[in-house]
Design a protein around this ligand. Structure first.
Ligand SMILES: [Zn+2]
Length: 348
């Protein structure tokens, strides 16, 4: 659960585990990332020139800063860097809907931080040395998403297998023979596999948990997909949402409700009116705007994600009374839409 990651972060700074302490931690990080980028990022030196106060005193001051858009990153990704190229371990390429490319870069320290956060989440859902974890993602180079997930599961001592065959039937038979306790996979593949499972399950014991990941692949996990995955596997569902621009790890589900808990110690989330750009209140639906407050290599501030979302106040039936929660919305309804049209909401 994200609450354990938030709690361990606050405790490591000798802060109490409370909403008030988390708010002051976040405000401190927001001020820190603004001054850091003003000093080291060519893009933000220019972008914040004459508009950013020298010190961010409150959330409204932060919410008055200009947005960063996809276009800015596509145009000059290296302008965002706050470290030298030699300190970048891995860059990821994100393809936009109109087939242009965004390059997002991370230092080794940042990637290790992501692994720690995901490892903490795995541990909180019961991944241990006796757990078999299947990671269902397309093949990628070292430090790609499946590798990060695999390293996180191994941190918990788990027995980890990559299911990265190109063929869906081969993936299914690999999963059936592996009999994993936990399946972590791209939401898109989990959707396909769930549809296929109906005819293949036999008498197999269901896994304990399924973790469908969306955001870093541009397919929304809709209500319909959620229902199908739950029904097909009969396992607890821990949805994971993360975009590459924010270090993959934005929010995760708790298995109790269909709202995801925000990873507030690493990412600051807002919603805005997509037309006026004005900040919205908790519970109001608008465009999701994110800031990676833990970034070192390529921080991105007030990033317009193009996702339609709501953020609500804490207090979930899982017992977490600290972290705010997020839901991504879509008007996609049919399977065909789900598979072929990743997003319907792109205001820029
Ligand atoms: Zn919860």
């Amino acid at each position: 659960m994200i609450s354990s990651w938030v709690a361990s972060t606050l405790r490591s700074r000798d802060l109490p585990v409370s909403r008030e302490a988390l708010d002051s931690y976040v405000l401190d990080k927001l001020g820190g990332i603004v001054s850091y980028t003003r000093q080291f990022s060519n893009f933000y030196k220019e972008h914040f020139k004459d508009v950013a106060p020298s010190k961010i005193e409150n959330f409204m001051e932060f919410k008055a800063l200009p947005f960063t858009c996809s276009e800015d990153i596509i145009a000059k990704p290296n302008w965002f860097l706050c470290v030298s190229q030699s300190e970048i371990l891995r860059s990821y390429v994100v393809e936009t809907l109109d087939e242009r490319l965004k390059q997002i870069s991370f230092t080794q320290g940042e990637l290790e931080h992501i692994i720690d956060a995901v490892g903490n989440f795995f541990q909180s859902i019961g991944v241990s040395p006796s757990t078999k974890v299947a990671i269902v993602f397309p093949q990628e180079y070292l430090w790609g998403v499946p590798d990060l997930l695999s390293r996180a599961a191994k941190q918990c001592g788990a027995d980890t297998t990559l299911v990265d065959q190109n063929d869906l039937d081969q993936q299914m038979s690999a999963i059936l023979s592996l009999k994993p306790d936990v399946i972590v996979g791209s939401a898109q593949q989990m959707f396909f596999l769930s549809a296929l499972l109906e005819d293949n399950r036999g008498s197999q014991t269901p896994p304990k948990a399924i973790v469908p990941c969306h955001g870093c692949v541009p397919y929304l996990f809709t209500e319909k997909a959620r229902r199908l995955v739950r029904k097909a596997w009969g396992a607890d569902l821990y949805e994971h949402f993360g975009i590459t621009e924010m270090g993959f790890n934005v929010a995760v589900g708790c298995g109790k409700e269909d709202w995801l808990h925000l990873n507030e110690v690493d990412v600051y989330a807002e919603t805005i009116d997509p037309q006026s750009g004005d900040p919205l209140n908790l519970g109001e639906r608008g465009e999701l705007v994110l800031t990676n407050i833990a970034a070192k290599g390529m921080p991105i501030i007030r990033y317009r994600t193009g996702y339609l979302a709501e953020i609500i106040k804490p207090e979930c039936s899982c017992g977490d009374v600290i972290t705010k929660r997020l839901k991504i919305f879509s008007s996609l309804e049919s399977d065909e839409d789900l598979l072929n049209r990743p997003l319907v909401f792109r205001p820029f």
